[in-house]
Design a protein around this ligand. Structure first.
Ligand code: SAH
Ligand code: SF4
Ligand code: F3S
Length: 470
């Protein structure tokens, strides 16, 4: 009988990618996807350590899984993967002895071997599975070999968009952040491996690729010619792949926004005019304490340069409010930067002290109420900017990449260059195609539109000229 695997994923897009690759790695062992943990023979919890609340989810999820394991007399393999596993592997083993495998983000190519060992261990521990000290497997090494060299090529693409990891890890050490500790040092995959995977994903049906990395624009992989390639250089090569219509990348750092990458945004229509470029704060004092190594004005200059080559470019960002020592003046500087630049989309967080990070040791931690108040104020502004952007989209003509049927009969859902969901009346044959759509209405979380026929528009001079975005 085929075995079934359920993966619960928390955290960033890199974790979503990793979960898919763990499923790929286990497929040859006979594991097929399960719809719920209850019907699975193996459950992986892929965890996130970025903020306290994210981390806590691991242990509450493990509590639920223990009950399921109990109901099944222990006949399910439980694995904890990802960034909490990396940071607190030993603690998980101690606090949750019913967990069979704990593995970090850099060792999941070794999963088949760990699962084989766990399967043997589970057989031994059939009676009284709760007490199996020493049977648990912990692998949170940062191995010399790269997991990417040991992973099978992806063999399915769900839908028309796919993730592709090109870079991993971080050497920036922002003082609030755990990622350099959980993901390790910066590593860039060789360009030919990336191009090969991209061609494969396109052959499997992907029309849009999102290149992933914790510091994706710090990419400096080896090119086929032996030279070091930047993200710009890689983007040009990817843009040559027939059928690859859209390229996005995330998450980028302002310091690595090189001039060649900025120029690529002007030269490559495949590079979407929507960029996630986290600024975190608008106060130079706080940016310095965060060790971001750029100022608010540096960020403004980068945005100006990007908009000079791609005027329709829009930005998204992450913000942290309530960083230790953040004054009213500092917070006002963040609000000012948001007003100046405008972000159609953004993620904002209350500062969360993380174990092992320098900022968590500061004596100037702010009270929760103050962080709450600042977060609410910032969110009001960001919500208003998001609503304004969607409102201003009405009347525009945008290219929409169709993904799947919409909620209503006869409706298809696609995305604008700005990732806005757009609904249009149409059939399944639209999936995977890009069509020009005139946006007619905005709704709470989406837009509706109708196909825009350029020739018809040209002949009716009396109709108002819509703004067309290529
Ligand atoms: N590599 C990316 C971000 C990784 S984490 C970058 O450099 O921007 C995603 C976001 O989580 C960060 O941008 C930051 O806004 C937030 N974050 C990270 N650590 C945090 C902490 N300790 N408290 C609150 N938010 C945090
Ligand atoms: Fe964390 Fe900073 Fe690295 Fe981003 S750049 S992953 S915020 S340390
Ligand atoms: Fe979380 Fe690790 Fe991603 S801490 S945000 S899952 S890199």
């Amino acid at each position: 009988m085929p075995k079934k695997l359920f993966i619960r994923t928390y955290g960033c897009q890199m974790n979503v990618y990793d979960s898919a690759r763990m499923a790929d790695v286990l497929a040859p062992l006979g594991y097929a996807p399960a719809a719920s943990p209850e019907e699975a023979d193996m459950v992986i919890v892929n965890t996130c350590h970025i903020r306290e609340r994210a981390s806590e989810k691991t242990f509450s999820e493990l509590g639920r899984l223990r009950d399921i394991k109990e109901e099944k007399d222990g006949k399910v393999i439980l694995a904890v993967a990802g960034c909490v596993a990396q940071a607190e592997g030993a603690e998980i083993m101690a606090r949750a002895p019913f967990v069979d495998i704990v593995l970090g983000p850099q060792t999941y190519h070794r999963l088949p071997e760990m699962v084989a060992r766990a399967e043997r261990g589970a057989a031994v521990a059939k009676v009284g599975w709760k007490a199996q000290p020493g049977l648990g497997i912990l692998d949170t090494e940062f191995p010399i070999e790269s997991k990417f060299d040991h992973l099978p090529a992806p063999d399915t693409v769900h839908g028309v968009t796919a993730f592709l990891a090109i870079q991993e890890g971080c050497d920036k050490f922002c003082t609030f952040c755990v990622v350099p500790y959980t993901r390790g040092a910066e590593f860039s995959r060789p360009a030919d491996k990336i191009l090969e995977e991209a061609r494969r994903l396109v052959a499997l049906g992907a029309r849009e690729l999102t290149l992933l990395g914790q510091n994706v624009n710090a990419y400096h992989g080896e090119g086929p010619d032996g030279s070091t390639w930047t993200l710009a250089k890689l983007s040009y090569a990817l843009a040559d792949i027939p059928g690859l219509e859209r390229i996005r990348y995330t998450t980028s750092h302002p310091r690595d926004m090189g001039d060649d990458l900025i120029a690529a945004h002007g030269a490559l229509p495949q590079l979407m005019p929507f960029l996630h470029l986290p600024v975190q704060s608008g106060s130079d004092r706080i940016l310095q304490m965060m060790n971001r190594q750029h100022t608010g004005d540096d960020y403004r200059r980068i945005v100006d340069k990007l908009k000079a080559v791609r005027p329709d470019l829009a930005l998204s960002s992450d913000f942290i409010v309530g960083f230790p020592g953040e004054s009213d003046v500092d917070f006002a500087a963040t609000m000012r930067l948001v007003r100046d630049i405008t972000f159609p989309q953004a993620f904002s967080f209350k500062y969360s002290p993380r174990p092992g990070t320098p900022a968590s040791l500061s004596d100037h931690q702010l009270p929760e109420e103050l962080k709450d108040a600042r977060l609410a104020e910032l969110n009001d502004l960001l919500r208003a900017q998001n609503a304004a952007f969607n409102r201003e989209s009405v009347g525009r003509v945008l290219p929409v990449l169709f993904e799947r049927p919409g909620k209503h009969d006869g409706q298809m859902m696609g995305r604008s260059p700005y990732l806005q969901p757009v609904h249009v009346q149409g059939g399944l044959d639209l999936v995977g195609s890009i069509r020009m759509v005139r946006i007619d209405r905005e709704h709470a979380y989406s837009l509706t539109g109708s196909f825009y026929d350029e020739s018809a528009e040209a002949s009716s001079l009396s109709s108002p000229q819509p703004r067309v975005t290529a």
